[in-house]
Design a protein. Structure first.
Length: 286
């Protein structure tokens, strides 16, 4: 497997920006791609601002900031972005059709040696891989938000993923400061299956008036040493994202335990998506 030097990140939302930042500060050349030109420009500006902020706080040397910015660029199209990539990391919304379309296009334009990775948190990697002519080079690389801070990387091996592609994903993760785990391509993998289940039960408890959101979260942070309670975490992930994952797992696992609670559906319908909308189980306006 060829050494990975250039990474193309497809999608410039919260996860895409975080992956790009982490990769650039870890010494990789990074190309960012997004279908929306304005979103791409906004993401590049946001990354510069974030790196400037890290320098101001003394968490990043000015020389390291300059080097990372020199390694970051954007591309006008997916074809252009993946043309010289050794690794493509897709970080778009959780839609199987969308991800398959992106992988089909990336497969056609990327070098034959390139590894294609998806940041999906719950969708079957094997189904995404089947949209390509290189399923042996497709792997899941599930990063966690905020990417530059969180050390876990869930590497997902589909049935056709080769040893080389798996090793490359693990090696990139380690070089980006992650502590990777390797899991089978099963619904929800390890992290989403456990994390979403806990979050959904916390929502049911809130809906039933068992305790306030603050006290439910405190039960897990103080009683079980979780760094963050399940409801606050849901606000950071996005209630719409959690709803989509829960619906997928409920069908894939045929389990009532993953059936989205009414409170989650109501809040998403009302636009209360968590931190990104200013309100979820907590208020984030300030």
């Amino acid at each position: 497997m060829r050494e990975i030097r250039t990474i193309c990140v497809v999608g410039t939302g919260t996860m895409g920006r975080g992956i790009a930042q982490n990769a650039a500060t870890s010494g990789y050349d990074v190309v960012m791609v997004d279908a929306a030109e304005a979103q791409l420009a906004s993401a590049m500006a946001a990354l510069r601002e974030t790196l400037d902020g890290l320098v101001a706080k003394g968490k990043l040397a000015d020389e390291a900031r300059a080097a990372a910015l020199a390694r970051l660029r954007s591309a006008a199209s997916l074809d252009e972005g993946v043309r010289a990539a050794d690794l493509v990391v897709e970080a778009v919304p959780e839609s199987l059709d969308l991800k398959r379309a992106i992988f089909r296009e990336a497969d056609a334009a990327a070098p034959v040696h390139a590894v294609l990775a998806t940041n999906t948190s719950s969708l079957p990697v094997g189904e995404i891989a089947r949209a390509t002519r290189r399923p042996e080079r497709v792997v899941g690389m599930h990063f966690f938000n905020p990417v530059p801070v969180m050390t876990l990387l869930e590497v997902v091996r589909a049935s056709e993923t080769s040893d080389g592609a798996l090793a490359a994903a693990v090696a990139v993760g380690r070089s980006m400061g992650k502590d990777p785990i390797v899991v089978k391509d099963a619904p929800g993998f390890a992290t989403s299956r456990l994390g979403v289940l806990l979050g959904l039960e916390a929502m049911r408890m809130l809906e039933q008036g068992v305790a306030s959101a603050e006290d439910i979260d405190k039960a897990m942070t103080l009683g079980y040493r979780h760094p963050m309670g399940p409801l606050r975490l849901t606000d950071l992930v996005g209630l719409d994202v959690r709803l989509a994952i829960a619906e997928h797992l409920s069908q894939a696992l045929r389990s009532e335990a993953f059936r989205p609670p009414d409170i989650l559906r109501r809040m998403v319908a009302a636009g209360k998506l968590g931190k990104k909308s200013g309100e979820g189980f907590y208020r984030w306006d300030a």
